[in-house]
Design a protein around this ligand. Structure first.
Ligand SMILES: [Zn+2]
Ligand SMILES: [Zn+2]
Length: 87
């Protein structure tokens, strides 16, 4: 939990509704239980979570004045994301 807060503070995250901060693999840390990477936003496995990585299809990217990358999924990709979550 501490790492999560630290990470938020480092990036000044306020989590806007529509845009989410792009999560880079080098910002993740290793899972305590396996060797997978943990997403700093949701603290779940990076490969399995829905957070936006730097090179995804159907994502609109925006870099703000602080050099922070934000991403927003297009409507089609939201539909397929929800579908995956149900499975
Ligand atoms: Zn794990
Ligand atoms: Zn995540």
């Amino acid at each position: 939990m501490d790492k999560f807060r630290q990470w938020q503070q480092q990036h000044g995250i306020s989590f806007p509704m529509a845009w989410s901060k792009v999560v880079f693999a080098d910002e993740c840390w290793e899972c305590e239980y396996c060797d997978d990477l943990i997403c700093p936003v949701c603290e779940d496995h990076y490969a399995e979570c829905d957070h936006i990585g730097p090179t995804e299809d159907n994502v609109i990217y925006h870099e703000d004045n602080n050099g922070i990358m934000w991403g927003k999924r297009s409507p089609e990709s939201l539909i397929s994301t929800n579908h995956n979550t149900i499975i």
